[in-house]
Design a protein around this ligand. Sequence first.
Ligand SMILES: [Zn+2]
Ligand SMILES: [Zn+2]
Length: 408
Amino acid sequence: MRFKTGLFILTGLSLAAAVYSEPGHVDSKTRPMQIELQVVRVFDPLLPVLSDQDLQQVLQSSREVIEHKLGRDVTLSFVDAGKVDLDAFFHSVSYQEDRVFKMIKHWRHRPELADQDPLLHSSRFRKTAIAFLKHYKIEKLQGFFPDQPIHNYNQAFAALHQTYNKKIQWLKQRTNNRGQLVWRQKPGQSYVHWLGLMHAQKKYDIVITNSLIVFDLMSEPYPHSIAKHAKVGGSSFSSPARMALGGRSLLVNIIEEYGQIEGVSKQRSIKRSLRNQMLGGFLLAHEFGHAFYLLPDFYDHPADCLMNSAMENMDALAGYRLLLNNNQPCKQCYPWVKSKRLVLHAEQSLAGQNYLQAGRLFEAAIRGVPSRIDGSRRHYIQGLREKAIAAYLQAGHNAEALRLESEK
Ligand SMILES: [Zn+2]
Ligand SMILES: [Zn+2]
């Protein structure tokens, strides 16, 4: 998750193709893959919406940033799948019966119960949250919660818990530009419901929404999200029925730019076109990096890296400008791009009925999957292994298929 935005034109970005490869190393060659993405706007009628022209500017900016920051493995085209009302969208998919929703709903905080929610006082939450917080150094956690002294993870948990309650209370009281309360206990205002719906849905690759989405998944209490607004600004999802992004999808939230909600939305005296470029180039392109290249958030990459999240809570415009300081891809992101490139090449080999080559390329891709990726690494590698086995069997190389089978 993160917040960002596109103005390559203003910075004189060269349109020469970015060569993204390791020095002294020749990559497997692929033709750019054509990808068509279905884009839907899902709108809460209480909040301002994104016009057709806004949408085109957002998408164009995202395409430019993706080409320059992630290489040119893909040629993106977008299909505007129209606007859908938030409630209608959640009624249109029977995700409540979906395996993923059934699994995660037990981790959902219910904002209507506030701090009376038993989940927040359970030992399973405490144990899971402390284990989660241990991914961060104490000094880092102190930075997220500056008002409370943090010397150990128990204190960090206490600060997280207290801050979360305060933020949720605050979010529930936000009003729109007509003074109406925005939070209405809608499924479309719950991150857990979004995760469930996006896993079950079969139609869309990109969702752009204005919904106030409460961050309510307590099995993954990201301290930077909680310290900010305890809401969701962007996300990538598992969507097995959508193959354009390899079984994934993404969400971009426009509430901070267009919501007109005091304390949440930004007051900016910039052109609407620049806001749209920011949304596409900073936020959408970043979520695309998660969804397609499986890049995780990084805290130690250069400031102009598309996946840099060290300044997670920085302003989107400032973040967008940082990104544009350098139109080259980030060298440290290369292993993820390389691994995905091998998969694309393998799929092209499959399409050309070159099965032995496809099997070898899938295997090479498996060996190159970095240790940390967005989503489940085990699940992803399992999928690649099955493809490699099928390709070897097609090629009549049964011994290689058996060898891979035994590695499962
Ligand atoms: Zn992110
Ligand atoms: Zn990077």
